[in-house]
Design a protein around this ligand. Structure first.
Ligand SMILES: NC(=O)c1ccc[n+]([C@@H]2O[C@H](COP(=O)([O-])OP(=O)(O)OC[C@H]3O[C@@H](n4cnc5c(N)ncnc54)[C@H](OP(=O)(O)O)[C@@H]3O)[C@@H](O)[C@H]2O)c1
Length: 325
């Protein structure tokens, strides 16, 4: 089969379409004939050599796919050859076939095409696990989502809005902020022109955000803590603005607030399985009713993975970029 390999880490041209062996499946895995793979920011870091796959994972990039089951491991129950699925992976999605732990499979939701379904596993699992399982976001609370137009952001806005939270977002252009508004965001902050702490304070009568989903890390730490409400929860999932910053613990203490950082890819299989099960129970009905939709910016053939990476790096996209086989 063909897969994207990274013989030498580097810029987008480091992604090479190569002939590789078909993956072997373990007893608890299925083989998926890939229709499409999601492109994630983490793939850019892996390509550059900064984010090696966890031990035992495929060395090819790709954290999510959609496709059709073509073979079953001997211990797999509840799935059949021919089932249309999407899946959360630790790697290996940029390929024609991939081995997937059965506990990380989801059916393609009714109303979503096989290709579009590749936009769902990573974003729904990241958002559901962080906003709801970890930060316990409640109806009526205010959530600030940084990078609202990103693959993660577009899903976070829709899910938070669907449960009745008030959604604030940051983005870098008015065009992106309008897209966030259309998905359910109410408080819009252009981070080039406005201070999100000030905007949040004005929009919430000084209360601040109950939950912040942050992709920036160090550069935003102090201002994120300032923007938190009493009992607020800051969940850091990305480090686009660096890894080291000073934390004013007194500011946190006065608000009884929490700072949490998580990574989906590195979680043990049992935790991933619990997250995928929760997504199927809580998120899939919202997708099947049309309340929440995959937001797909564009697709590229697998052979043009380098162009897909360049597009993500240019950051002119809204939602997800996919690779099709
Ligand atoms: N920890 C986890 O488990 C996990 C899982 C999945 C994703 N993530 C993280 O989640 C983030 C989004 O991932 P993705 O794949 O959806 O990436 P993406 O679509 O490439 O999004 C990156 C976003 O960052 C925004 N951004 C850049 N500078 C910003 C700033 N100063 N303030 C606010 N936003 C800014 C960009 O918006 P503009 O173009 O408007 O600047 C863009 O929307 C990434 O940091 C990724 O590493 C973490």
């Amino acid at each position: 089969m063909k897969a994207i390999t990274i013989p030498t880490p580097g810029d987008a041209d480091a992604l090479i379409l190569s002939e590789v062996p078909t993956p072997e499946i373990a007893a608890d895995e299925v083989l998926v004939q890939v229709a499409a793979a999601g492109v994630n920011r983490a793939d850019l870091m892996q390509r550059q050599g900064f984010y090696p796959p966890p031990r035992g994972s495929s060395t090819y990039p790709g954290l999510e796919v959609s496709g059709t089951i073509s073979a079953l491991g001997s211990d797999v129950n509840g799935w059949e050859v021919g089932d249309r699925v999407c899946a959360l992976l630790s790697g290996g999605g940029y390929a024609e076939q991939v081995a997937v732990p059965a506990m990380q499979l989801l059916p393609v939701p009714n109303g979503v095409s096989l290709v579009e379904a590749a936009a769902l596993p990573e974003a729904t699992s990241t958002v559901w696990s962080n906003l709801f399982m970890t930060a316990n976001l409640q109806p009526g609370q205010t959530v600030l989502i940084h990078g609202g137009s990103s693959g993660i952001g577009t899903m976070a806005i829709q899910l938070a809005h669907a449960i009745g939270a008030r959604v604030a977002v940051t983005a870098g252009t008015a065009y992106k902020l309008e897209a966030c508004r259309a998905l359910g965001a109410e408080i819009l902050v252009n981070y080039h022109e406005q201070d999100f702490v000030e905007v949040l304070e004005n929009a919430t009568q000084g209360r601040g955000a109950d939950v912040i989903l942050d992709n920036i890390g160090a550069k935003y730490l102090a201002r994120n803590v300032s923007a938190l409400a009493v009992n607020g929860r800051l969940v850091i999932i990305g480090l686009q603005g660096g890894v080291k910053a000073e934390l004013n613990i007194n500011a946190l203490l006065r608000k009884s607030a929490a700072v949490i950082a998580t990574s989906l890819r590195g979680r043990p299989a049992a935790e991933k399985a619990a997250i995928v099960a929760a997504v199927r129970e809580h998120v899939w009905p919202l997708i099947e009713s049309g309340t929440v939709k995959p937001v797909v910016h564009g697709t590229f053939p697998l052979a043009q993975a380098a162009d897909a990476h360049r597009e993500l790096e240019a950051s002119t996209h809204i939602g997800k970029i996919l690779l099709t086989t």
